[in-house]
Design a protein around this ligand. Structure first.
Ligand code: SF4
Length: 461
């Protein structure tokens, strides 16, 4: 009964957020920066911010996350952190030798009004940036936006600082990756490879957070991540596909504005329909067919859905997420499975969210959904208290509600701090959808086996 004060009765709230379903902007900027090879994210603010952002990523990925900080003291908090950043750039290149420093701001440096452009230009003039090295930056004040907008700003900065056009278009499609697990990105790259599409993915977390254990050598900059060279080439690609509306649209627009690379944006390919849409879009823009190998995987997913239809049918599901780019296709997949997503909460505001939810949930009249600041975990719990559900899908924070309401939980999203393995198996593509469907099924059947009457306790389900 950790959440025993949660009441079923909702009171109209205008400003108060209780247990927000989101994180702060720099977390996203830090995550995205790690998808650039040889890059050290730098948090321009106090040590506490950087420690929190690193620790939440570390707890999710079970990997050490490297980042530096401007370490604001009382003086910097009043007079600004320009000398801290200047000194930090010097120290980082001298001591840690990254190829790139990706600076993002925090609430404190934004409130002071530190001008990153002039501070970093001054560092360059003072010779603090060695030849061939780069310092890039983005603004991530956390009193607005969420980790998703922070991610989007960092990806846009990649384009701003690296992409170049030689006016010679190449037969390459940019895959601008939204916030996904490294395994999800790996699956998208696997599908693109089977299709023989020439692609550049950015950011690219594969080989970063899923690097193999090397007990002998410590490498501060793992082998993975999109390289500077590939990032430069994105300006000559013939098309960009943004995978996830909120995380990637700004970067796609910037690439179009800067290098005339036209773009389209689609959902993260979670579930049958979203994967169909992504593959057809890639097929069209890369001008390659979808081979049988992938069609067979699609058929296997359909077979799994058909075989287990009675177990999915009509199950009431409550979904709480922070990333609309994930929540939207997830809901769509549950509807494909004939489940009923009756409550959907998404902590990041999105203009698209309500429209998409209305479309996806049109045959579920009791469905309630909300996004933005007031779409918090308190409200989510209140809805569940009003009328229970068969399943909760959420990040680790959902476990408190799941325990209080004795409802099974499937962990999905960010952060998942209390279980391993979530970043080892993809949820994207047809194979990922099969994995997700089986995870849902196992969770529902485990509860049934635990609680059913003895006469219904069957060897076979
Ligand atoms: S919300 Fe602002 S002050 Fe708090 S950790 Fe994030 S950046 Fe730092």
């Amino acid at each position: 009964m950790l959440l025993k004060h949660t009441t079923a009765k909702e009171i109209d709230r205008k400003a108060l957020t209780v247990n927000p379903a989101k994180l702060c902007q720099p977390v996203g900027a830090m995550y995205a920066a790690l998808g650039l090879h040889g890059c050290l994210p730098h948090s321009h603010g106090s040590q506490g911010c950087c420690a929190y952002h690193r620790s939440i990523l570390t707890r999710h990925f079970k990997e050490p996350v490297m980042a530096s900080t401007s370490s604001f003291s009382e003086g910097a908090s009043v007079f600004g952190g320009s000398s801290n950043l200047n000194q930090a750039i010097d120290t980082i290149f001298t001591t840690y030798n990254p190829d790139i420093i990706a600076v993002h701001t925090t609430c404190l440096s934004e409130t002071i009004g530190d001008d990153l452009v002039s501070i970093i230009s001054k560092a360059d003039e003072d010779g603090k940036i060695p030849a061939g090295k780069k310092v890039i930056w983005c603004n991530t004040p956390s009193y607005t936006g969420t980790h998703i907008t922070g991610y989007s700003s960092q990806v846009k900065a990649f384009v701003k600082f690296f992409s170049k056009s030689t006016l010679q278009k190449k037969n390459v499609v940019n895959l601008v990756a939204g916030w996904m697990e490294p395994s999800d990105m790996m699956e998208i790259k696997r599908l693109s490879k089977i299709m023989e599409a020439h692609t550049i993915m950015f950011p690219d977390m594969t080989g970063v957070f899923d690097a193999p254990l090397d007990p002998v050598h410590y490498n501060m900059y793992p082998k993975g991540g999109v390289t500077q060279e590939d990032m430069t080439l994105t300006g000559d690609s013939k098309y960009s596909i943004g995978i996830g509306l909120l995380c990637t649209t700004e970067a796609c627009k910037e690439l179009d504005r800067k290098c005339k690379v036209r773009y389209d944006v689609t959902d993260i390919p979670i579930g049958l329909k979203a994967t169909d849409r992504f593959l057809m879009m890639l097929s069209q823009h890369a001008n390659v067919p979808i081979p049988d190998e992938i069609t067979i995987e699609r058929g296997q997913l359909l077979d799994l859905i058909a075989d287990n239809a009675p177990h999915f049918y009509d199950k009431r599901v409550a979904i709480c997420g922070s990333n609309p780019d994930l929540v939207i296709p997830l809901c769509e997949f549950l509807v494909t499975l004939d489940m009923r997503p009756v409550y959907v909460i998404c902590g990041t505001p999105s203009t698209d969210f309500n429209k998409r939810m209305a479309e996806i949930l049109k045959d579920i009249p009791e469905a309630k959904y909300a996004c933005g600041n007031l779409a918090d975990m308190f409200r989510f719990h209140q809805w569940i208290k009003q009328s229970g559900v068969d399943l909760i899908m959420s990040n680790t924070y959902g476990k408190y509600i799941a325990r209080d309401e004795n409802t099974p939980l499937v962990r999905i999203g960010f952060p998942i701090a209390d279980r391993p393995g979530h970043n080892a198996f993809a949820k994207t593509g047809y194979k990922g959808a099969m994995k997700l469907a089986i995870q849902i099924l196992d969770t529902l059947l485990d509860k049934k086996d635990r609680e059913c009457a003895e006469r219904e306790f069957e060897f076979q389900f």
